[in-house]
Ligand binder design. Structure first.
Ligand code: SAJ
Length: 426
């Protein structure tokens, strides 16, 4: 119908994944009207049928969102009536390890077609410093509208921690940086409507870089623990005990832990954005990130070597050994398998000739480069029948003591069990 005024909505969220959907939910719960825009008809149909496709939002949550007026659509015309639009699309790495901003560019081009005076545009997708100023702003200003005058443009990093039951959208401080001071003010006022604490930065660049600092900090400190785990084992030092002692220091120390590698859609990926920017813009490497990436990525191979070593100590060859992997997601207590280090571990073990199986309460069927697996039907029976059990994700559903009792040999990569005759730790 021509000349119908666009339907007003406070905010359109582009990208309804683990970042966009909780953001939409948070805004709805503080009385904003929200429409979700996504390219995936599967996501839209799932949400509009009252079901959730992500860990932290239940079906009941989605039904409540629909009752609050939420609508998911693939029709970008909803942007015509939006006071604000927040971009929450994925920013993976491309084949040569640089940032793949295709989804961001697509979202920005869509917004450009509906950009109108007074609109607030916020990018939340993790990216390298300068993206908002140099990649988003110019495209939007081809409309003739000027950022800071006719519309507002800012960056605000997402701080979703999947599975975190303490911190959510309302009580996690929100960093906000605009391409102009007025943009920072406008974006801060927007978020203040549903986030308890808003932290304005000097500009979008500082907000973009703050996110990368947060995740690079984690990435590097995890790598430090992973490297220490290797030489502490060789020096017969119990690193888990070392960490428990060090963390008694009430200031100046935060505990990180070794593990089978670093998974997820953020920690193994985001620091490379900073490394990419430094190398491509300045011509020299961000050495910390490169070293951390190398160490974290080597952990699956290291764990496979530790399995082989443990079997050898029991006079068993890894060739033909039955090895069961417990926990194949990327971290405990969630179903997400993205970038999980357990896949490369499985492939290494298969290459060494092991006969692998898996159990994970969140995963029924699992595929790696070396094969497809169904979850073993009975955990303790499978554990008792295995030559080596590898605990990889310490899901709260596991009865660790029962598993240890049933195991001939168990390699604990998460330090949840005490070392004993049949239990060895990373
Ligand atoms: N890991 C370790 N040792 C540690 C901590 C983590 O091996 O001491 C591993 C985990 O097993 C996992 C990976 O690193 O495979 C990432 O762990 P994570 O706890 O950082 O989990 P993410 O990536 O789901 O969530 C993180 C957020 N986590 C926390 O702040 C605790 C945060 O960095 C970001 O808000 C979020 O990524 C994001 O979206 O950027």
């Amino acid at each position: 119908m021509a000349d119908q005024p666009p339907i007003h909505v406070d905010v359109v969220v582009i990208g309804l994944g683990y970042v966009g959907l909780p953001l939409a939910q948070g805004a709805l719960n503080r009385g904003l009207s929200v429409t979700g825009l996504d390219l995936s008809t599967r996501v839209i149909d799932t949400l509009m049928s009252g079901s959730s496709h992500i860990d932290d939002i239940s079906d009941a949550d989605v039904k409540k969102m629909l009752d609050q007026g939420f609508m998911a659509t693939s029709n970008p015309e909803v942007l015509a009536g939006a006071d604000a639009v927040v971009i929450c699309v994925p920013t993976p790495l491309d084949s040569d390890g640089g940032p793949d901003l295709a989804a961001v560019h697509g979202a920005v081009d869509t917004i450009r077609q509906y950009l109108h005076k007074g609109m607030l545009v916020v990018l939340e997708s993790t990216t390298y410093p300068g993206t908002t100023d140099d990649e988003v702003r110019p495209v939007l200003e081809t409309t003739g509208l000027i950022a800071g005058t006719d519309f507002h443009l800012a960056f605000s990093p997402e701080r979703i921690d999947p599975g975190n039951e303490t911190y959510g959208i309302h009580n996690t401080p929100k960093v906000v940086g605009g391409v102009t001071a007025q943009c920072t003010e406008a974006a801060s006022a927007f978020y203040a409507r549903f986030v308890d604490t808003v932290v304005p930065t000097k500009s979008a660049r500082e907000a973009e870089t703050a996110k990368l600092l947060e995740n690079t900090y984690r990435h590097i400190n995890i790598a430090l623990m992973n490297e220490m785990a290797q030489f502490c084992h060789d020096l017969n030092i119990d690193l888990w005990d070392v960490i428990e002692a060090a963390k008694t220091k009430p200031f100046g120390f935060q505990a990180f832990y070794p593990g089978p590698g670093v998974g997820g859609h953020c920690i193994p990926i985001d620091p490379n954005y900073l490394g990419f920017q430094v190398q491509s813009k300045l011509g020299y490497p961000f050495r910390f990130v490169e070293l951390a990436q190398e160490i974290n990525a080597s952990m699956p191979t290291y764990v496979s070597r530790r399995v082989q070593e443990a079997l050898t100590a029991q006079g068993k060859a890894i060739e033909g050994a039955r090895v069961i992997l417990l926990g194949v997601t990327y971290k405990a207590n969630i179903a997400d398998e993205r970038e999980s280090p357990v896949r490369p571990l499985a492939d290494e073990l298969v290459t060494l000739g092991a006969d692998i199986s898996f159990f994970d309460p969140y995963v029924e069927h699992w595929t790696t480069a070396s094969g497809s697996y169904d979850r073993v039907p009975d955990l303790l029976t499978a554990v008792a029948g295995a030559d080596c059990v590898v605990l990889l994700q310490a899901h709260a559903d596991f009865d660790f003591d029962a598993i240890a009792r049933a195991s001939k040999l168990l390699l604990d990569t998460r330090g949840v069990l005490a070392a004993s005759a049949n239990v060895t730790r990373l």
